[in-house]
Design a protein around this ligand. Structure first.
Ligand code: NAD
Ligand code: UD1
Length: 309
C-alpha cells in the first residue's frame, strides 16, 4: 500500500485516478479547491480530502511534511486554455508557481518520494506544421496556459535531473469521459456536447469544426499514468494520447449516431489562441508497454451509456 497525494483529485482526471488507486489498495489524499472539481466525484471512495488552494504554500508544506507521500500526482490547475487567456496572472500562480514551490519544498526537505508526476499538455506544441507531435518536436506555447504548462514541465524534469529527484511529466492530449464537469463554458468540449445531447441545449461551435484533436478516454489515461509512474526510466516527458486525429465535426457526427439524436448548434468565431490541428506520436509511451484499450467510438459509447449515473 502506497501513500498517494493527488492535487486536483476532485476534478475529472484526478477523481478517475483516485478511484483506481483506492481500488488498488492505496492510501489516497486529495487537495482540491473545488473551483471545477466536485465532492460527488469522490464521495463513494475512502480518501482524505482537503478543500484547499494549492497556492497556499504554508498549507502545502505542512501537508507534504506530515503526509510523507510515496507518489504525488500534480493535476490541480486552471485546465482551460480559454480561461487562461481571460485570467493569465491567476493561471500563472496555480499552473506554475505552486508546482515549483512544491518541487522546491520536496528538494530542500529531502522528503522520501518514489515519484512526482506533473500533468502538462499538448497545448505546448501550438500551431507548428510538423505532424504527428513527438516529445522532441518544437514547442510553440501560444497562451498563458501553454506557457505555464511548458515551464512547469521543464521545472519538473530539470529538478529531477539537477537534484536527482524521481520526477516525470506527461503531455495529455484531449481527454474525455465520465466525471468531466460540463457546467462551465470553459469545460472540455466532449463534456459540453454530451450535456447538450442529453438535455437538448444548444452547442456553441467555435470556428468551422475542422479543428482536429487526438481524443483519449479517461480510463486509458489513468492506466497510462500508472505505467509511466512505474516504468519511466528517468525524468522525462511522455505524450499521452491515442495517436489518432479527428475533426470536431467528425466527432459530432459519430456522437450523434451513438446518441440517436441531433446536436443543436450555433456557430461562433474561433477562440483566441485555439489550436487548429493536434495529433500525437505515441511511440515513446508504447515503449513502456502501454496500449490504449478504447477507440473514440467505443469510448463515446461507454461515456454516453454511463452519463448521469
Ligand atoms: P479539472 O478542471 O477537472 O481538474 C483540475 C482540478 O484542479 C479541479 O478539480 C479544480 O477544482 C482543481 N483546482 C484548480 N485550481 C486549484 C487550486 N488553486 N487549488 C486546488 N485545486 C485546484 O481538469 P482535468 O481535465 O481533470 O485536468 C487535470 C489536469 O490535466 C490539469 O492540470 C489539466 O491542465 C491537465 N490536462 C487536461 C487535459 C484534458 O483534456 N482534460 C489535457 C491536457 C492536460
Ligand atoms: C483541452 C483541455 C486542456 C488541454 C488540451 C490538450 C479542457 C477544458 N481543456 O484544450 O486542458 O491542455 O486539451 O490538447 O479540458 N469548442 C467548441 N465549443 C465549446 C467548447 C469547445 O467549439 O463549447 C472547441 C474549442 O474551440 C476547440 C475544441 O472545441 O477548438 C476543443 O476545445 P476544449 O475541449 O476546450 O479543448 P482544448 O482547447 O483542446
Amino acid at each position: 500500500m502506497s501513500n498517494v497525494l493527488i492535487t486536483g483529485g476532485a476534478g475529472f482526471i484526478g477523481s478517475n485516478l483516485a478511484h483506481k488507486l483506492v481500488a488498488n489498495g492505496d492510501n489516497v489524499t486529495i487537495v482540491d479547491d473545488l473551483s471545477m472539481g466536485k465532492r460527488k466525484n469522490i464521495a463513494d471512495i475512502d480518501v482524505t480530502f482537503y478543500e484547499h488552494d494549492v497556492c497556499d504554500h504554508g498549507f502545502m508544506h505542512n501537508l507534504l511534511s506530515k503526509g510523507r507521500f510515496d507518489y504525488i500526482y500534480y493535476l490541480a490547475a486552471v485546465a482551460s486554455v480559454a480561461d487562461s487567456v481571460e485570467r493569465p496572472m491567476a493561471t500563472h500562480q496555480i499552473n506554475q508557481e505552486s508546482v515549483v514551490d512544491t518541487l522546491d519544498y520536496l528538494r530542500t526537505q529531502h522528503l522520501p518520494l518514489k515519484r512526482f508526476l506533473f500533468t502538462s499538455s499538448a497545448a505546448v506544441y501550438g500551431n507548428l506544421p510538423d505532424f504527428p507531435k513527438k516529445e522532441s518536436s518544437h514547442v510553440q506555447p501560444l497562451t498563458p496556459y501553454a506557457i505555464d504548462k511548458y515551464s512547469s514541465e521543464r521545472y519538473t524534469i530539470d529538478y529531477g535531473q539537477l537534484y536527482d529527484m524521481p520526477t516525470v511529466a506527461v503531455r495529455f492530449f484531449n481527454v474525455y469521459g465520465p466525471r468531466q464537469n460540463p457546467e462551465s463554458p470553459y469545460s472540455g468540449v466532449l463534456s459540453i456536447i454530451t450535456d447538450c445531447l442529453n438535455s437538448g441545449k444548444t452547442f456553441s461551435l467555435y470556428g468551422d469544426g475542422s479543428q482536429t484533436r487526438d481524443f483519449i478516454y479517461v480510463d486509458d489515461v489513468v492506466n497510462a499514468l500508472l505505467t509511466i509512474v512505474d516504468k519511466a526510466p528517468e525524468p522525462d516527458v511522455y505524450n499521452v494520447a491515442n495517436g489518432m486525429e479527428t475533426s470536431l465535426s467528425e466527432v459530432i457526427r459519430t456522437y450523434e449516431k451513438i446518441a440517436h439524436s441531433q446536436l443543436k448548434m450555433e456557430k461562433k468565431d474561433s477562440r483566441n489562441g485555439d489550436i487548429s490541428k493536434s495529433r500525437a506520436d505515441v511511440t515513446k509511451l508504447q515503449s513502456l508497454g502501454f496500449k490504449p484499450k478504447w477507440t473514440l467510438e467505443s469510448g463515446l459509447k461507454n461515456y454516453w451509456s454511463t452519463y448521469g449515473e
